[in-house]
Write a protein that binds this ligand. Sequence first.
Ligand SMILES: Cc1cc2nc3c(=O)[nH]c(=O)nc-3n(C[C@H](O)[C@H](O)[C@H](O)COP(=O)(O)OP(=O)(O)OC[C@H]3O[C@@H](n4cnc5c(N)ncnc54)[C@H](O)[C@@H]3O)c2cc1C
Ligand SMILES: *[C@@H]1O[C@H](CO)[C@@H](O)[C@H](O)[C@H]1NC(C)=O
Ligand SMILES: *[C@@H]1O[C@H](CO)[C@@H](O)[C@H](O)[C@H]1NC(C)=O
Ligand SMILES: *[C@@H]1O[C@H](CO)[C@@H](O)[C@H](O)[C@H]1NC(C)=O
Length: 485
Amino acid sequence: MTELQDTLTKCVRWAPPPANFPIQVDEDARTVTVAAGISQRVLLDYLSEYTHGKQPQGWTLPAFSWFIDQTIGGAVATATHGSSMRQGSLSSQVLELEAVLANGTLATFSPTSNEHLFRAFGVSAGRLGVITKLKMRIMPQQSVQRTTQTLKFREFAAQVMATQEAYKAAKASGDEDAVQQALFQVDETQALWLVERDTLWRVDYDHLYKEPSSVIENLNFSMIPTLSAYSGPDGQSVFAQVPKTPVAPNGLMTGNAAYWGVVFDAGAQVYVRPGTFETRKSYMSVTESTTSVSTTLAPYVQMEAAVPLETAGTCLQSLNRLLYDGFWNRNPDSFRNPALIRFVSGEPFYIAPTHGGPRMYLNIEDWLSLSTGKLNQAYDDVLKTLRGPDCRGRLHWGKGGWPRYASCFDGATEYPDTWCHFGCAAHELDPTGKFQATGDGKTAIWKWYATRNGTAADFASCCGPNGFSAECQCASRTDCVPGQL
Ligand SMILES: Cc1cc2nc3c(=O)[nH]c(=O)nc-3n(C[C@H](O)[C@H](O)[C@H](O)COP(=O)(O)OP(=O)(O)OC[C@H]3O[C@@H](n4cnc5c(N)ncnc54)[C@H](O)[C@@H]3O)c2cc1C
Ligand SMILES: *[C@@H]1O[C@H](CO)[C@@H](O)[C@H](O)[C@H]1NC(C)=O
Ligand SMILES: *[C@@H]1O[C@H](CO)[C@@H](O)[C@H](O)[C@H]1NC(C)=O
Ligand SMILES: *[C@@H]1O[C@H](CO)[C@@H](O)[C@H](O)[C@H]1NC(C)=O
């Protein structure tokens, strides 16, 4: 998707761009239509510099992720998310998407054209076809105030525990206002957690209506608007696609956790600095320079699990015991850079990790095992905890951990209400399994089974225009025994 001619078009000056320009803003409708191969960074920068139309502060996606150097199509396909209890993941910001289907036709999906297929395509992990274009909601940039608390991990776990209990009590009493009050406690909350140092920065946001950078000292008549966001370093293309040799295993990060703790502590400060900034800058997202450094140090693996809010505090307390509690101390120095904790509202998409209710996402990286060739035991314990009974976390579709922490993945168990609806969409849109991933046995995940009145049924016979029929039951796979959930 990154190599399509229109996606590579250059555009330096602001003017209503030509019709084939891959980012089209409709200020009146408050939408942007973007080619799937455009990176999220280019999209966000373009929107934030779109200040010469009706919004002098420019525009933004209502919520976006930490990592923004992926394609917007890939981000939506995998339910990539930031932290928002109002806006959900990037998938929830999609109003309409266009995709090439298995039979080569181009099709458009929206909640109004076909709600069933939109719930499937909104998070598709590439299984349903190739997304080519997305229409997404935008909003004017605001002044967003960032505040930071420095905590011990255990203190943060206690805060999340209080939110968990408030949420559960509100749900039990059926009090909708109290549910919202509880969720509001973690709306837009993000935490950067320096695991090896037991330091956690909890970041929260407030919205103001103006900021110092919105005033202009001297107006003049020659302010030729430019949008530098779209001009790559060579001024010709967005980003030249240069083949890059993967970073080889090396000893750079394998020793001296304390040293790297100091480095990351200092390096990450800039992301949590309190203050009031425009939306694009206030919500934490990785800078290009951090991305270019972190892709040269050492090979690493990143994994993330989505933990139900009902068990989020319990989960963090379990991790606290695992990593920091005296006798059971499992060497927090097995970790290097900060982990990231975020909160996302429940979403309607069949295989969104947030389907069924709000989730706490915990993202954590292993910088050691690929260089040492040895299992990183403490990291392995953390992942097992995230997948175990205290956390019950679902794995992110766009990250590592597959198949090790989801061997024999059983969708009917992990997504009990919706897995077979997604299966019906896959049968309809890709009847020959063109987008079926490679792999079989324990690594195969796209498996759907059904029973009718207690006996095995032909899966396709259970599918109708609204998905999986209520006269069938979605059944677990029987070809191998699933790992922990
Ligand atoms: C360093 C790093 C940091 C990250 N941080 C975050 C984060 O902050 N928050 C978060 O939620 N995620 C994060 N991610 C995950 C990332 O957003 C996803 O992996 C995303 O899918 C990557 O996009 P890509 O364009 O590289 O897709 P690829 O890696 O090429 O593809 C990923 C999956 O999406 C499918 N896909 C890709 N493009 C399309 C398309 N056009 N149509 C249909 N299916 C498609 C592929 O088939 C595949 O299954 C991070 C990833 C990395 C590497
Ligand atoms: C007018 O504004 C533009 C854009 O900010 C600036 O580059 C230019 O120097 C200004 N011209 C004068 C005469 O101040
Ligand atoms: C391609 O598949 C879609 C989805 O099943 C279907 O609606 C469409 O009619 C098919 N087109 C052709 C030309 O077969
Ligand atoms: C399944 O059971 C229901 C009642 O439990 C019955 O009405 C229906 O006919 C049965 N269907 C089949 C295919 O046996």
